[in-house]
Write a protein that binds this ligand. Structure first.
Ligand code: MN
Length: 234
């Protein structure tokens, strides 16, 4: 087969302890999935989970022990961090029940759902899609994937984010409003999940702005750390 230009390369994420990489297909994200973060965004009460997507080529893939780089994005004055547990789907399915969700998980990673908060808020006010606030280039840093059998009890892990060494976000995955299994149940009712799908499960409270020169270190206990530096705008 020939193409009118070279196709974009497959975006892939390293897997700890394996030479083979994890080829990414889609990035699903869960909105407002920790109570204290929902409150800081002006919402209360348990609502059904809702989802948005990022393009797969928005991933900033960071190897174990290395520092990734993302440029300060265009059009924003309020570039926010959101530390998140990421689920990597290994076996697809439709209408997956929460009780069966583990069978569909390949592994877990630490991720950042970077957000142009000012643009997202503008879109919210106008009832327009969030894409410009959420799905921009370099908006999805991710560390290596830890296979589920080596990940320990991720559902009860501590999750935190430091900026220039100071703690900005700290919580526990157990505080997810919709836990990983329930999220997979809801998501797979709306889309057929496939191997390669990544799910950013939501962020705890403490989201705030970063600027060029800042270094972000995100951690989910048992999954290692994700280090990313904000470079000057391109
Ligand atoms: Mn998020």
């Amino acid at each position: 087969m020939s193409f009118v230009f070279s196709p974009a390369p497959v975006v892939s994420v390293p897997v700890l302890g394996r030479a083979e990489r994890y080829p990414a297909r889609r990035i699903y994200c869960v909105g407002r999935n920790y109570e204290e973060h929902a409150k800081e965004m002006g919402f209360t009460g348990r609502e059904p989970p809702f989802f948005f997507l990022k393009p797969t080529d928005a991933l900033v893939v960071v190897n174990e022990g290395e520092t990734g780089h993302m440029p300060y994005p265009s059009l924003t004055q309020n570039f926010h961090h959101e530390i998140e547990l990421v689920v990597a789907i290994g076996k697809g399915g439709r209408n997956i029940k929460a009780a069966d969700a583990d069978k569909h998980i390949f592994g877990y990673a630490v991720g950042l759902d970077m957000t142009r908060r000012d643009l997202q808020n503008d879109m919210k006010k106008q009832g327009r899609p969030w894409c410009i606030g959420k799905a921009f280039d370099h908006s999805a840093p991710i560390g290596p994937i830890t296979p589920i059998e080596k990940a320990g009890d991720v559902n009860h892990a501590e999750i935190d984010l430091l900026v220039n060494g100071a703690v900005r976000q700290t919580s526990h995955v157990a505080k997810l409003i919709w836990n990983v299994a329930e999220t997979i149940e809801h998501l797979s009712a709306a889309w057929e999940l496939q191997a390669g799908d990544l799910i950013y499960t939501g962020t705890p409270e403490g989201v705030a702005a970063v600027v060029a020169g800042d270094t972000l270190v995100g951690r989910v206990a048992g999954l290692g750390t994700l280090t990313v530096k904000v470079d000057p705008a391109k």
